[in-house]
Design a protein around this ligand. Structure first.
Ligand code: ATP
Ligand code: MG
Length: 416
């Protein structure tokens, strides 16, 4: 991508009402655009990061047997009435509207009800189970406070997966397998070290649900952790009973601020019973289905990554989710030199390397400041002087050292 042709520009300032570091940096660097509080558009750079995160999640969901779908945003009131979740007193984040004929509809803030209802069409026998489905979708939630940038959107992208199992054993096995898949995702994204599987409230069937909480001061949650034992408990459920069960004392725990990046939830058979999802069991009897629900906040994750790795110069992307592999910054102004840099750009692209090419006619200082703000790991600087020696300067985003590299060996410094 040639920066001279990109319609977005880096901005000196973010909107005055933006208080979150993640959104401030992402707006200034041209990843997102703020429409209103909690509502952000994703621009060319932003989409690249989102797609990288989604692809990692997709690979791990497919690996445990997930099948990808996309449900609808408009939802039927009747389905949510069956589980007593239509009432605004029960669910306080609903956006609702009406069709021209007066029929009430809701905008999807979650999808357990419609997906489970849909499954009645396809699951009728024990032979049809288990079934695992997932989607990436923009959820709409009328959040009271949206002050955390893209970490709390009124529109946000979630990956939600649903498991339908015949018996508790299959159900539990998948539930535990999902925990591992989730940790693999957070590791691949660079947040493995800081992310804890946390006991939290909820779970219709079990006593707890499991949240995936990442340590960050920008988070809205508080949990208690033990780093050595890798135990974590949300403050909302901490009591003597759970401490005893986990064989740990409060003194061994450290209080930290976190952001919930994922949540897995065990509904047992309760949800399917309310919505009428039964299959014919091996004995021919009508059998209710076990449901598990597994969420990951895709856009929140992007915000958490920014919060976690940014420094005073701007964003720092882990390589696995960076918008580009390389930032090629040209300081050349003579036509013959520019032609050479263009050739280098084309050559790298042809090799399948994602290159952001700063071919703008701008000051050196501005180019470097923008490069730091955008946050790509590897920066290759081509100046007339080094080009004359057949060399380029290579610098890593978080290091100060600049290496003079021979053009022929340039690949050795690109991680792809
Ligand atoms: P929170 O307690 O932060 O409001 P939640 O319990 O409502 O989260 P779930 O309904 O379980 O969240 O949604 C699954 C995942 O979606 C969460 O773990 C989180 O990562 C993400 N998520 C939830 N609400 C938002 C939001 N408003 N903006 C961005 N991501 C969100
Ligand atoms: Mg919520």
């Amino acid at each position: 991508m040639r920066q001279s042709q990109l319609f977005t520009k880096t901005l000196k300032e973010s909107p005055k009402d933006e208080m979150a570091k993640n959104a401030e940096l992402l707006i200034r660097a041209g990843f997102i655009y703020k429409e209103m509080a909690g509502v952000y558009a994703y621009l060319p750079f932003g989409i690249r990061v989102l797609e990288k995160i989604k692809q990692i999640v997709r690979e791990e969901m497919n690996a445990i047997g997930g099948q990808e779908i996309i449900m609808t945003t408009l939802q039927r009131k009747e389905l949510w009435e069956k589980t007593n979740r239509w009432d605004d007193k029960k669910v306080d984040v609903w956006f609702k509207s009406q069709l021209k004929n007066g029929t009430d509809v809701g905008f999807g803030w979650s999808h357990e009800e419609p997906i489970t209802n849909m499954m009645r069409t396809y699951l009728s026998s024990y032979r049809d189970l288990p079934a695992y489905v997932y989607q990436f979708q923009t959820k709409l939630r009328n959040e009271l406070r949206a002050k955390s940038g893209i970490m709390r959107g009124r529109e946000f992208v979630m990956k939600d997966m649903y498991s339908y199992s015949l018996d508790e054993e299959t159900h539990q096995k998948f539930y535990d397998g999902t925990k591992d898949a989730y940790m693999r995702i957070f590791e691949r994204i660079g947040l493995g070290q800081d992310t804890y599987i946390t006991f939290a409230s909820g779970g219709a069937f079990t006593q707890f649900s499991h949240e995936f909480q990442t340590i960050t001061n920008a988070g809205e949650d508080t949990i208690f952790i033990n780093r050595e034992k890798h135990i974590a408990i949300n403050e909302e459920v901490i009591n003597n009973k759970i401490l005893k069960e986990l064989n740990i004392t409060k003194e061994e725990l450290e209080k930290v601020k976190t952001a919930e990046v994922g949540n897995i939830f065990n509904f047992g058979t309760s949800k399917c019973e309310k919505l009428g999802l039964y299959v014919a069991g091996k004995d021919g009897k009508k059998t209710p289905v076990f449901l598990g629900s597994y969420g990951i906040g895709i856009t929140r994750l992007m915000g958490v990554i920014v919060e976690r790795f940014a420094d005073d110069k701007g964003i720092v992307w882990p390589e696995s989710v960076a918008p580009f592999d390389v930032h090629l910054v040209s300081l050349c102004r003579e036509t013959t030199d520019i032609t050479k840099v263009d050739m280098l750009y084309k050559q790298l692209c042809a090799e399948g390397i994602d290159v952001l090419y700063d071919d703008r006619d701008a000051r050196v200082g501005e180019k470097f400041a923008d490069s730091d703000l955008i946050g790509i790991q590897t920066r290759i600087v081509v100046s007339p002087k080094t080009l004359g020696q057949g060399k380029v300067e290579v610098k890593k985003r978080t290091e100060d050292i600049v290496n003079l590299i021979d053009l022929n060996t340039i690949h050795t410094c690109i991680n792809k």
